[in-house]
Design a protein around this ligand. Structure first.
Ligand SMILES: CCCCC/C=C/C(=O)SCCNC(=O)CCNC(=O)[C@H](O)C(C)(C)COP(=O)(O)OP(=O)(O)OC[C@H]1O[C@@H](n2cnc3c(N)ncnc32)[C@H](O)[C@@H]1OP(=O)(O)O
Ligand SMILES: NC(=O)C1=CN([C@@H]2O[C@H](COP(=O)(O)OP(=O)(O)OC[C@H]3O[C@@H](n4cnc5c(N)ncnc54)[C@H](OP(=O)(O)O)[C@@H]3O)[C@@H](O)[C@H]2O)C=CC1
Length: 293
């Protein structure tokens, strides 16, 4: 199936996401509770809405209450049970309050998708210490606080025997590096390493820990990239198209649901083959790498 960048963008509205075809059955998460960070937009919103369509009760968090409220209003109008909890994942005490709110509301948690994150494009040689720290704080520390608090929650509130808890961390493809966003690649490589390690440490608690690494995906998050980079983005993989938020969401669901019950410590790359072929110049293509003609 081919998808133009314009089509991919059109598929990133709540209405399109709610109507989108999915391979999953509607009651897959009946009785279960999911938490999705960064659920007010893009991949997080697509994942939260898919969890809701599949019967889960869903908590979404992010820093901007208005974005979260719009998603909750949309989902509730379609019969879903969803709450918004404005949270900056970089602040451990706000993460603590988020988990307390979920426990007060539903007294249960099954799945966490740690999707909140972001960075800015710049040549690494010019990063200011404050910028490096902001991106590490957002993507390494923030995801870590969420993972650790979730594990503590499940240690205090074990799920029934035979039911595993799931953490999915949305990262970036780290195998080839990614010019212009070395800070985020460093942070996400840290999360992948931590995930592989705690997948072993937390297996006795019945917790599975995996990562999803999207390739270039058409979401509102792309607005921070320079136009010359955005022009080349759709050509960055052998399929020569961007991914859609729904395609990444379905990967998150695969790992979160019983389909993932024997999978832990893994990275699921959803990038149209981009880690094998394609160039992703997030801060624009430097002169040295310009192609002749
Ligand atoms: C992985 C790449 C694949 C290509 C496609 C990927 C797409 C996506 O991942 S889209 C998804 C996500 N959305 C975003 O990335 C947008 C969100 N980004 C951000 O919010 C910022 O980048 C942030 C993480 C740095 C925000 O943190 P915050 O603490 O709010 O940061 P400040 O704005 O206060 O800035 C702190 C510091 O950072 C440096 N800095 C920030 N922006 C830039 C910039 N555009 N260019 C250069 N430096 C920047 C700077 O040092 C800032 O300090 P001050 O100069 O004192 O403001
Ligand atoms: N789109 C792409 O091509 C790719 C995306 N990714 C990753 O996928 C994830 C989702 O990105 P995408 O949907 O594309 O872009 P968005 O910018 O739409 O999503 C990022 C979400 O994270 C939230 N967020 C950011 N920082 C924080 C924070 N400190 N605390 C709580 N919430 C936060 C934002 O909300 P708010 O600002 O209101 O807090 C926003 O809703 C990100 O981690 C991104 O880096 C990875 C590879 C490629």
């Amino acid at each position: 199936m081919s998808t133009t960048p314009e089509q991919a963008e059109q598929q990133n509205t709540p209405e399109a996401l709610w109507a989108a075809e999915t391979v999953y059955r509607p009651d897959l998460f009946a009785g279960k509770v999911a938490l999705v960070s960064g659920g007010g937009s893009g991949i997080g919103r697509a994942t939260a809405l898919l969890f809701a369509r599949l019967g889960a009760k869903v908590a979404i968090c992010g820093r901007t209450a208005e974005k979260l409220d719009a998603v909750v209003e949309f989902a509730r109008a379609r019969g879903a049970e969803m709450i918004a909890v404005p949270t900056n994942v970089r602040e451990p005490e706000q993460v603590e309050a988020l988990f307390a709110r979920i426990d007060d509301t539903w007294g249960r948690l099954d799945c966490v998708v740690n999707n909140a994150g972001g960075q800015y494009p710049q040549q690494a040689i010019d990063y200011a210490p404050k910028g490096w720290a902001a991106v590490i704080n957002n993507n390494l520390n923030g995801s870590w606080y969420m993972m650790q608090r979730a594990a503590q929650y499940w240690r205090e509130h074990p799920l029934p025997t035979g039911v595993s808890a799931s953490i999915v961390n949305v990262v970036v493809v780290t195998e080839r590096g990614m010019p212009g966003v070395a800070h985020t690649v460093a942070a996400r490589a840290g999360i992948i390493g931590a995930s592989r390690t705690v997948a072993v440490e937390w297996a006795p608690l019945g917790i599975r820990v995996n990562c999803v690494a999207p390739g270039l995906t058409a979401t509102e998050g792309l607005s921070v990239y320079p136009p010359e980079a955005v022009r080349e983005f759709p050509l960055a993989n052998p399929m020569k198209r961007p991914g859609t938020a729904m395609e990444i969401a379905e990967g998150c669901i695969y790992l979160s649901a019983s389909s993932g019950r024997f999978i832990t410590g893994e990275v699921l790359t959803i990038d149209g083959g981009g880690k094998l072929w394609g160039e992703l110049w997030t801060a624009g293509r430097p002169e040295y790498y310009k192609l002749p003609g």
